[in-house]
Ligand binder design. Sequence first.
Ligand code: ADP
Length: 952
Amino acid sequence: MKRRSAGQPAVTEDTAQAETWAGAADDALSALDLIAGELAEHGSSARALQHVAEAARILVRTEAAGLWEADEDRLLHLIAGSQIALSVPLPFDRGLVGACASALAVIVAGDGDALPSGDPLAESGFVSGAAAPLIVGGALLGVLAVYDRAMRGYGAAEQRALELLASFAAALLSARRAATEADDLAQALAQKNERLGHLQLAVRRILEQPDTRANLIEITQALQALGWGSVTLTLFDENQAVAERLTAGHAESPDGSPPDGLVPEDVWTRYLSGDLESSRVYGVYYLPADDAGSLWQPADLVFAPLRFGQHGVFGVIRVQDPVDGLRPTPESLRALDILASQAAYVIENARLLDEAARSAERLAEQVDELSMMHRADRELGAHLNMDRVMTLTMDWALRRTRADTGLLALMTDDRRGLVPFITMGYLDQAVSKFDERNPWPLDLGAVGRAARTGETIVARGPAMDEEEAHLMPGARSQMAVPLSMRGEILGVIMLASSEPDAFQENDASFLERLSRRAAVALDNARLFRQSEQLADDMAVLYSASRTITSTLDRDEVLQHIAQSMAVALECSSAVIMDYQADTHEARILTAYRVGTARDAQEILPEPGQVIDLAGLPAFLEAIQHQRPLIIRAADPALPAGEVFWLQQRRIRAGVMMPLVAQGELIGVALVLEGRRDRLFSSNEVFKVQTLASQASVALRQSLLYHEVLELEKIKSEMIRMAAHDLRNPLNNILGYIELISMSAEASGEAGTEIGEYVASLRRSAKTIQSLIDDLLTLERVESERESEWQVFDLAGLIYEVVEGERAGAALKRIALEYERELDSAPVFGSMTQLRQATANLIGNAVKYTPDGGWVKIRFTQADQRLQFSVQDNGYGISPERQARLFERFYRAREPGTDHIPGTGLGLSLVKTVVERHGGQVWFESEVGRGSTFGFWLPRAHPVAEQGASATR
Ligand code: ADP
């Protein structure tokens, strides 16, 4: 027996079966019984339904019978037929079957009643028929109908048979449906289990798998396993642009991106604006193209946005083309939701991990950096060792930025350029040629630009300066950061790399931070160096000022000034001139050339030479305003007159420094450099300024001293002249006085008035004489040259003097006592002067002691000092008159000493003599009790003593 599928109408007839039923047709009940047995026997619903149709044709004795099943769409499908071939589904309102379905009752078209309109079987010649609905539980399952080509009627028994058969068929259909549903249910349960298995597996793998990408692939694969033919997971960056796309289950299109993996733009916009909430199932958005049926339509849209917590949407999973061809069920959407949130979780996790790793890295960097800075600070604090600190800095910079070449260059003092201080890596030999005299120019490359502008420069590949690139063979990118302190550029750190784009923003900011530290270190070291320099300068200035002030001789002072200024400025020469304001002329006073400056080319003006400043406006202005002037022959701002003047003398550079004392211009110093062009730092100008002010004072002193010397000379000359010119007439006068007094005595007039007049005349003349003598002696002492000095024995000299004074003392009955402790006392000096000095002191003691008094003379030695003193018990000197005793012409007139003649020159002569011999005078005195006058002198050295014994 052939099996037929349920939907196919049976067009062949099982003849044997039909005959059996035909035999039983007379008894409908037995026929039905037969069918029931048949059905129970066969069990196959499709076969059984076919039997129902056959049975209906035979039992109702019609030409044809058919069984129609109703579907959800109110269409009737022929599922079994006897003598009927019809495959088009019928709507409920067409023909006999349709009318039965819509009326839900038996419809008979016979006995003159035509078939309802539109019956498709009318076309096959059928004119009458009857139909019975298949109803179970109030629901229409189908229609059983019979047809005949001849008009006839259907009796009650026939209708009853049809109805019975219809209820049979209804039971069969309902059982079949239940079986199908049960099958479906079983299948669905199995699928669900399988899906759950997939889901569990996927989630477990995600939890175990640390790699984000692998996890996402896992998720897409799980979705595929759950029955989605196409799965696309798209990740967005912060700008909502596609950052990554994972697809599974469909071929990549030729351009590499899946054709429809993304959610259409407009839908996505609506989603973002919250417009799609009505389409949301769990976290999944399901937008079917229409609501007709359960079959998947290509325009159906299912997607799950990826989001986590408060974060925005960072991706989307879109699923398409279910393998079973059916639209998604809530369960499959739930599964998608679970996997989408897993994906979000995975991505968020990865992001957090990444962030944690990054911040850990940042932290490590910071710790690293801090420890480096700390080390740098410590190094600096401990050593002020620039080399070490800067090497450390560069080493660090290279390590952190992964640069392979580095240069740290420092600005020259005159800010003309940079001098490489530390070089690391692949720098050309040529870099080492830049030095203080020939620095790295400020217009060369990124290094120059950073120094010039104070900005960080990052250059990659073609942006690199060509000339500079030559100095760093192989470098393809570079970065230069200035070292600046309080707005002043101290230097530049440059890093280079053979990688084309090696330096990023964070490298630049790191290097800037490092540079700030390095600049502080540099500045500290510079301050330290400056303070050392200052100390050096002070030493130079000190020794210069000592040299300058070591003499009062004007020419020597000028020489010293010129010398110390040239040396202090490290120049090759210096000249000093004076300036005549009325004529604008300067006269060269002295010119000095530094002995070690051998290759100096300048031609120095000769002393006495006059420079007309009228044609040299810059010089003139500096002098008139008493301001220093830095001069460079190469300076474009220097007037042509000066440039010519300098060129003529082959002078390359210099500083003009007016010498000013108490606001008065007393000269002009011109420090000159004849070897090379050079600049002068403000520090150097300051130094020479300090020197100039000291020089000015010294020069002024020497000028004053010169004036004093001049005056002194004139005075001495006058005294000598006066003394000489007075002496002869005075001797004449004294001679005549003697003659007069002799003739007065002879004529017996000695006791008369005349005799007294003559005696008074003599006294006055004698006073004049001793005044002249003292003046001449003093003058002689002061003008005596030390070249005539010698070593002699002072003890012997004193003995002679004491003996010489004895007569005078005897006249006044004064006891003269000499305590001589020393046999020999060598002294280097003038015998004449010391004889005069000692004689004066002994003479004074005798003179200012009343008759019958005593005078004690002592000559002793303490250490290397020879002590001489004269004590008397004479009139003494009151305290208020003691202060001026050693002044010239001063006489302390005490009551009772008025009659004693004197000039007031004696003690001043003693003081002058003793001090010229390196000793000191002293005295003690009390009115009415007496005085002690004395002095000490240095004993001559042993070598000189031999000279002393030789002269004796
Ligand atoms: P004079 O020619 O007046 O002695 P001196 O210069 O020698 O000049 O002495 C200055 C003054 O010091 C004297 O006028 C006298 O008043 C005082 N004088 C000097 N020696 C003594 C002394 N031994 N006792 C007291 N007075 C003295």
